[in-house]
Design a protein around this ligand. Structure first.
Ligand code: ATP
Ligand code: MG
Length: 420
């Protein structure tokens, strides 16, 4: 072991476990890639003000969880705590909203950083796959994103998750509700920090996890009763479209989410096998975010699914993804001459698109065959001096144990046929 360890709240992804992460990212992005979403990649850090303004000054993410730094040149940066603000910033900077039709549909995959109290399912470095549909107000778009996330989880084999759905209203009706809620909350017996929160972000108080707070919230005015007709009709259509797609959801009037920029549709995917870190993903509409970061009005909707928690959800449901062995053919050379010939064969196979590996470093047939077994390869090529003299290699099927001599120049063709 070296003197160093992975920093607190982080962990390394190493084979074979890491293959599951790749497969999860792939499964989450596949429905997006097949639905008109283009891949976007943005820097791992941004101007700190992008998040302060975009995510919201009063959110936990900005006040407590952000990794900030000042560069030698004096710039104030933050490691990105989430993806939406960066993606919207990048789309605006590239004028994507002016280039073609709207919405601009984008997907991303990457690492995010939050200074949190580490625990199972909560890390300081974690990964998300996300999607954003920028510049259109259409309930079908909200529905599309929810349906695609559901599809992603289903193709992974997950079933023990629920979709919570709510509407947070818009700039017509939310301020009226906000005031009514503040009036109610000011009359409660709450700690200092929560009292402060009433003034900055009262909706977040509804989200308080403490039982003594929840008890006092009984009878609080509910946003549902304040939604304007436009928001009501919009939400009703989102619900209808999701329902028609056969995607089950639960109405959750208290679902607020931790980011300030959400309007109208908000949703969360929760998994019932994960204990307190149960949210595997979430998202919603953010019609005001573009203007908050200095752009034009661009009503948008998006989500981010947590890869780490999705992997934990797979474990909770006992699902083992069917991940094919990375190597199809493993070559074992016995003797110097055979090394050269088989190494050349491996290079040739790789160029032909057949995943091949070579037994390095081992001494003796036994340790070579151990390497072959460990590789998971279906076929092994073995050659010694005598085989070479006859111009053949031994092709062994590791599953059936069958072995045949194949002429050296026919190896690629033979393997291609066998691998299908
Ligand atoms: P939570 O309520 O658990 O803190 P959140 O509301 O902060 O979650 P979002 O900002 O909506 O989460 O991020 C979307 C998804 O990213 C979450 O549902 C979760 O799967 C994942 N995620 C968020 N924070 C972390 C973290 N610290 N470690 C691992 N995954 C995380
Ligand atoms: Mg959080």
């Amino acid at each position: 072991m070296s003197t160093f360890k992975a920093p607190k709240g982080t962990y390394d992804l190493i084979p074979p476990y890491s293959a599951t992460y790749l497969a999860v990212r792939d499964a989450i992005s596949a429905p997006l890639r097949a639905s008109g979403y283009g891949y976007i990649e943005t820097p791992g850090f941004e101007d700190v003000d992008l998040f302060a303004r975009g995510v919201g000054e009063s959110t936990d993410i900005v006040t407590k969880e952000m990794y900030t730094l000042t560069t030698k040149g004096g710039a104030n940066l933050a490691l990105r705590p989430e993806g939406t603000a960066s993606v919207l910033r990048a789309a605006l900077e590239a004028n994507m909203h002016k280039a073609g039709g709207l919405p601009v549909k984008l997907w991303y995959s990457g690492s995010y950083y939050r200074y949190e109290r580490p625990q199972k399912g909560r890390y300081r470095h974690f990964s998300q796959v996300g999607a954003e549909a920028i510049g259109a107000e259409d309930p079908a778009l909200d529905a599309e994103l929810i349906i695609l996330a559901d599809q992603a989880y289903r193709t992974l084999g997950l079933s023990n998750f629920r979709i919570l759905l709510n509407s947070l209203g818009d700039k017509q009706c939310r301020p009226v509700y906000r005031e009514a809620l503040q009036g109610f909350l000011r009359g409660l017996d709450l700690d200092e920090e929560t009292v402060r929160r009433i003034e900055i972000n009262p909706l977040r108080v509804l989200d308080d996890k403490r039982a003594e707070v929840q008890k006092q919230l009984v009878g609080a005015p509910m946003l549902r009763d304040y939604l304007c007709d436009d928001c009501k009709a919009y939400h009703e259509e989102v619900r209808e479209l999701i329902g028609a797609a056969g995607v089950a959801f639960e109405d959750d009037e208290k679902l607020v989410r931790g980011l300030d920029y959400y309007t109208r549709t908000t949703f969360e995917f929760v998994h019932d096998g994960l204990g307190s870190q149960s949210a595997v993903g979430g998202g919603g509409r953010y019609d005001g975010l573009s203007e908050m970061i200095g752009g034009p009005a661009l009503p948008s909707v998006g989500w981010a699914l947590g890869v780490d928690r999705t992997v934990l959800a797979l474990q909770a449901e006992g699902i083992e993804l069917d991940i094919p062995a990375p190597t199809s053919v493993f070559a074992v050379a016995l003797g110097e001459e055979a090394r050269k010939v088989l190494f050349g064969k491996v290079t040739e196979l790789r160029k032909e698109g057949i995943a091949a590996d070579f037994s390095y470093g081992a001494k003796g047939l036994k340790s070579h065959m151990k390497n072959a077994n460990r590789s998971g390869a279906r076929f092994t090529l073995v050659a010694g001096e005598r085989d070479l003299a006859e111009g053949v290699v031994q092709l062994k099927d590791m599953e059936s144990g069958e072995q045949e001599a194949v002429a050296l120049e026919q190896v690629t063709e033979r393997l291609r046929a066998k691998l299908g």
